[in-house]
Design a protein around this ligand. Structure first.
Ligand code: DQA
Length: 151
């Protein structure tokens, strides 16, 4: 089973970015935890971060047939991007949307997610731990739904 972890804009700044909201862990810490979790569960994981919406769209567009599922923290694009939503839907891959913070406890504009309706589940508010929970949930979902297609 091959999984893809995608992190969106400004998440490369984790560790120093608004630590009172996002904590002190880095993007490398989050990617390492996701990869370790995948490995523990017998899956492989590739990681990609971009600040650029179109790059994320292109990577999702190329994921079909290559990966069995996606964990994505779309960051601010969650609340704005029809293009990312359409890319996830077109991939026909199970995706789990992940947020470090609980967006419902924050500004009103963060309560809307363009991407959640095309994901199988959403995890938010657990900080770094969310990266482990998202991978566990996605692997369980793929195994239960027999969608293991890629090598
Ligand atoms: C975030 C929440 C988004 O609202 C915000 O724009 C981010 C990070 C999170 O992980 O909590 O950049 O996706």
């Amino acid at each position: 089973m091959k999984l893809l972890l995608l992190n969106g804009p400004n998440l490369r700044l984790l560790g120093t970015r608004e630590p009172e909201i996002y904590g002190r862990f880095t993007l490398a810490d989050a990617e390492a935890l996701a990869c370790e979790t995948a490995e523990r569960l017998g899956a492989e994981m590739d990681c990609f971060q971009s600040d650029i919406e179109g790059e994320l769209v292109s990577v999702i567009g190329a994921a079909r047939g290559e990966y069995d599922g996606i964990v994505i923290n779309p960051a601010a694009y969650t609340h704005t991007s029809v293009a990312l939503r359409d890319a996830i839907a077109a991939s026909e891959l199970p995706a789990v949307e992940l947020h470090i913070s609980n967006t419902h406890r924050r500004e009103e504009f963060r309560r809307v997610s363009f991407t959640a309706p095309v994901c199988v589940a959403q995890i938010q508010g657990f900080g770094l731990k969310g990266y482990e929970l998202a991978v566990e949930g996605l692997v369980d979902f793929i195994r239960a739904n027999g969608k293991e297609a890629a090598k």
